[in-house]
Design a protein around this ligand. Structure first.
Ligand code: THR
Ligand code: THR
Lengths: 158, 158
């Protein structure tokens, strides 16, 4: 079948920061990420799933060494943009499945969720598009999660 | 500089569905997306940014023609997994910036947010990784958003 997986990888170098309850108005994402970029912090993933009653939560991932600085950087914006609070996960594991022909990747994503669920691993963050499926789980669960995915997709390696 | 953009694209075929307040426990994502897949619905993006007090919001995108069916499919799970509610946006525009060397894509994402903010376009959903930056905006704002991005990145086309 024309569904091939380029690779399954585990990234154990990151942390996540979530800005909860930012106003859901034009210019907010611009402001937050300009501030973080100006602080010299490298951002990998940015995820905003939804807004509730005019406010939204935005989560982004950074190298673990930069998590405190990231939280402090966002806190500086409290009076200008206003938000409920900033929370963070100092240590996460990011599992990525990248592939050729992931156009029907919906089928792949379901298998990723199933493999992790079968290991009783909780999914903290999901970020999928046609090129890559990313899930973030607890920092301690990385190798177990990777093994679960390798077992699930053993038949499909390119 | 080694930052090149493969392409900037506009997808005006999708809708989004958000399941709000699902229990943040292993197996929930597996359950939801198995149900949606069994209903024969093609899912493009899946985004979960954060969980608050043991519950999470998961947003996914589907072809516009399948949005009602998607909502009904998720509703069927109400008694088994439990969630607050299901909401949807029947018509969204997805803007994607894909590139070579997006490793330092943080800089690209900020420019995407700025370009849209300057047009007073609100960002409903964000989904970025090292291969692709996706933002979802109102279904009506697609061409205006695309034009803003093409102007912003005019200098960087591969
Ligand atoms: C929440 C944030 O994404 C906001 N909607 C913006 O456009 O910047
Ligand atoms: C919310 C959902 O992602 C849940 N945490 C799961 O692991 O399935």
């Amino acid at each position: 079948e024309d569904l091939l997986i380029d690779g399954i990888s585990l990234d154990e170098t990151q942390a996540t920061v979530t800005v909860c309850g930012v106003p859901d108005q034009p210019g907010v994402a611009d402001r937050v990420f300009n501030e973080v970029a100006d602080a010299g912090i490298f951002v990998d993933m940015i995820v905003q799933s939804f807004s509730r009653r005019d406010s939204a939560d935005i989560t982004f991932s950074v190298p673990r060494a930069d998590v405190e600085k990231s939280v402090a950087t966002v806190e500086r914006l409290r009076s200008t943009i206003g938000f409920e609070r900033v929370t963070h996960l100092p240590s996460v594991a990011k599992l990525s499945v990248a592939g050729i022909g992931l156009r029907s990747h919906g089928g792949i994503a379901v298998r990723v969720f199933k493999a992790l669920a079968d290991e009783d691993i909780n999914i903290a963050m999901i970020n999928t598009s046609e090129m890559q499926i990313n899930v973030v789980i607890d920092g301690e669960a990385g190798s177990r999660g990777l093994a679960a995915l390798q077992k699930q997709f053993g038949d499909m390696r390119a």
